[in-house]
Ligand binder design. Structure first.
Ligand SMILES: Nc1ncnc2c1ncn2[C@@H]1O[C@H](COP(=O)(O)OP(=O)(O)OP(=O)(O)O)[C@@H](O)[C@H]1O
Ligand SMILES: [Mg+2]
Length: 259
């Protein structure tokens, strides 16, 4: 049998997707850690043993994500924008806008009806509005990252976060806790702050339906709801939002194979 491979080496997580001729696919997700190259190799080994396949059966490998440059076994390297677009279009053929919020950047991509990128904007200069911001805040508030979404939804009001920078927002959050504000309300303020930044990014490319959200932050239901309120649309969330870039990379590899 032969297969193709898509790898997304992100700043926080690395995903590998293996795909067959019928476009059936399987994946693994690992943390990237300090060495992006060993993360990709580790993820590939895990996936091969999970699926009982051999490295020799892989015909073509496409890499994406910030660590794609560093991967010696990739046959081709493609930008995250293209890969997220293709991955989202494969899962949701009616998609016109993709919102990806990862660990260190956020992006909004406009697609034509064939899944081709027509425009995009990116915030890569600042951690605020990204998954890193949520991680810093979860640590300060001593809550689990994967609990934050639900906790924020339980709040009856929002305590707004006024600082625009992660470092200042962290001290603001510490002061708000000390002043006796309920943690759930602060969490809601944190989610609103990310949603606010993301919706201004969306406005720069213009909102077109359907809208798909990808990246790890799509697992935070608090951010998702807050963003839906601001945009006035409901977001489509893939079953596993973190693999969409790697899935798009695998689809490019599939085209290369000429199946
Ligand atoms: N189970 C979870 N619940 C809530 N949030 C999560 C969960 N898993 C991951 N996240 C969020 O997703 C973020 C990482 O997203 P993702 O894996 O898409 O990043 P990445 O692709 O490595 O980064 P980038 O694309 O910026 O290089 C984390 O910072 C965290 O905020
Ligand atoms: Mg990413």
């Amino acid at each position: 049998m032969s297969y193709v491979l898509g790898i997304d080496v992100g700043s926080l997580s690395t995903e590998v997707v293996i795909m067959d001729r019928e476009k059936n696919y399987e994946y693994v997700i690992v943390s990237t850690g300090a060495n992006s190259r060993t993360a990709a190799e580790r993820a590939l080994q895990l996936l091969l043993s999970k699926t009982d396949r051999k490295k020799e059966e892989i015909y073509f490998t496409v890499a994406t994500g910030y660590g794609r440059i560093n991967l010696p076994f990739a046959d081709k390297r493609v930008t995250e924008i293209t890969c997220h677009g293709l991955g989202a279009h494969f899962l949701f053929p009616t998609v016109a806008t993709v919102i990806d919020i990862g660990g260190q950047d956020s992006k909004v991509i406009r697609l034509d009806p064939n899944g081709k990128v027509v425009d995009f904007v990116m915030n890569e200069k600042c951690a605020a509005g990204t998954g890193r911001f949520l991680e810093v805040m979860a640590r300060s508030l001593e809550v689990e990252l994967d609990q934050m979404g639900e906790l924020g939804l339980q709040a009856k009001k929002t305590v707004p976060i006024s600082s625009l920078c992660t470092v200042f927002a962290e001290s603001e959050v510490v002061s708000l806790v000390a002043a006796g504000h309920p943690v759930k309300e602060i969490i809601r303020g944190i989610h609103d702050s990310i949603a606010e930044r993301t919706s201004s990014l969306v406005k720069r490319v213009g909102l077109a339906k359907d809208v798909v959200m990808t990246g790890g932050v799509a697992k935070n239901i608090g951010v998702v709801r807050s963003l839906e309120e601001r945009l006035g649309v409901s977001l489509h969330i893939p079953d596993e939002p973190q693999i969409v870039g790697a899935l798009g990379a695998a689809l490019i590899a599939w085209e290369e194979k000429g199946w």
